[in-house]
Design a protein. Sequence first.
Length: 113
Amino acid sequence: MKKFILIIFTFLICSQKPAISGEVAMIGVVDGMICLDCQKKVTKELKAATGENDINVSWQEGVAFINFSGSTSFTEKDFKNVIEDAGFNVGKVAKIDQKIQDSKSGLVLLSKF
């Protein structure tokens, strides 16, 4: 019986999420994208710079965002440099403490900064 309780207790402890998540997101306005190729270029450059896979870029909305899988040292300045080096202009950029679901909700969050 003690083993059973110990197993259940261990399972409950291990399955809990930490109170503070290391997950953050970054979103920025990208000016000058006019087509799908532009979108692909920005996506490729952000992936290369961050190593992250959860990157979304929308040329129609003029926005790019990254949902980081953990803590990151990638800054807003780094974001701007990557976008500018890819040949585009950057507007407002912000680090957000929650995951961004899509471009439109990301723009709503960005407008609060």
